[in-house]
Design a protein around this ligand. Structure first.
Ligand SMILES: [Zn+2]
Length: 337
């Protein structure tokens, strides 16, 4: 298989081979933790299904017109459904209807849901004749972002798929899907890569401090690359607990509130570990040297961060919010002095 036709992530080669060898029905469900490349695998599978010259193992050739169109993200027989909030991140802006475009322009936050209109479009798409005569493929990522109405819209088509239609759904929360959706798909579970595999891949992306970034992202390689893309480097990460303890608001300058809250939850988690004599998970232990935090204050801080995380969707004044978050962090990290 040529490089261009592969998902590009070494730990996904084996599951792709397995899927192509064992695939029975019209629908596949990829399930695994976030940050390991579910979307990339779903796309590779779609390319294999649409390829005009697959090899004996059903792998895509990487060079035919269909493969080229998938890679250019313009294949007429491939429909990709993503929440608005992910479209830009994955470089896949969906064709909008006029009313959706207006709705989007009217509100500040892109939706995190895959809406029922998108599923209706998918059902109609699946029933059309294939433009290139091979298949019609609908990709839904992440499937748990369909609400019950959206999922039910898809269900009928999953039950009785039109002749050339195939579906690939991916999920980070397989238990959150309707059982009726799960039961109509062939389930493929994905395991995270080994630490060594993830580290080598990050190093090959030219990222310095791969080990630190991987720990920062809870050992999920794509999440680690995303942190780097958001401007975080290994050195800044290691200094973060001390800078927060010093009350330096600049440590979070330019961060989004959700990213700041998620990161403070990691600081809080690790400060708790260090306080009870356990190994921290996201930061090197040295990052907490000299800090004296008390358990009750850390526990209260963790509860407060969870509360803020639940209300992340509010239109915060980001600057004020970051200031108040840093003040909380400083108090908690000095609470045993
Ligand atoms: Zn091909």
């Amino acid at each position: 298989m040529s490089g261009a036709a592969s998902p590009g992530l070494p730990w996904l080669q084996a599951p792709l081979r397995e899927l192509l060898a064992t695939q029975r029905g019209h629908a596949v469900l990829l399930a695994g933790p976030p940050g390991i490349g579910q979307f990339e695998l779903a796309l590779a599978l779609a390319q294999a299904w649409l390829c005009e010259h697959p090899d004996a193992a059903a792998r895509p050739c990487g060079g035919c017109a269909s493969c080229t169109l998938v890679q250019a993200r313009t294949h007429p027989d491939l429909l990709v459904l993503l929440p608005e909030a992910l479209q830009e991140e994955l470089g896949w802006a969906a064709a909008e209807t006029e009313s959706e475009g207006k709705a989007k322009a009217a509100k500040a936050k892109p939706s995190k849901e895959i809406k029922v209109e998108a599923l209706r479009r998918a059902v109609e798409f699946a029933q059309q004749t294939s433009s290139r005569g091979v298949a019609k493929v609908v990709l839904v990522h992440p499937a748990e972002r369909m609400n019950a109405i959206s999922a039910n819209t898809l269900l009928k088509t999953l039950e009785e798929p039109p002749g050339q239609a195939r579906f690939v759904l991916s999920t980070e929360a397989v238990d959150a899907l309707l059982p009726t959706i799960r039961s109509r798909c062939q389930l493929q579970r994905l395991a995270p890569p080994s630490e060594a595999q993830a580290r080598e891949w990050l190093q090959a992306q030219g990222l310095a401090g791969a080990e630190v970034l991987l720990a920062a992202a809870g050992q999920l390689p794509l999440a680690a690359r995303q942190l780097a893309q958001q401007g975080l480097d290994a050195a800044a990460w290691q200094q973060l607990p001390a800078r927060l303890a010093g009350g330096e608001v600049a440590a979070l300058a330019g961060w989004s509130v959700p990213l700041a809250v998620e990161t403070l939850q990691k600081v809080c988690h690790d400060a708790l570990c260090v306080t009870v004599g356990a190994q921290p998970r996201y930061f090197p232990a040295a990052a907490f040297k000299g800090l004296r935090a008390g358990l009750p204050a850390l526990t209260a801080w963790g509860a407060e961060l969870r509360r803020v995380a639940r209300h992340e969707e509010h239109a915060w004044n980001a600057g004020l919010m970051l200031e108040s978050l840093v003040a909380q962090a400083r108090r908690a990290l000095h609470s045993a002095e």
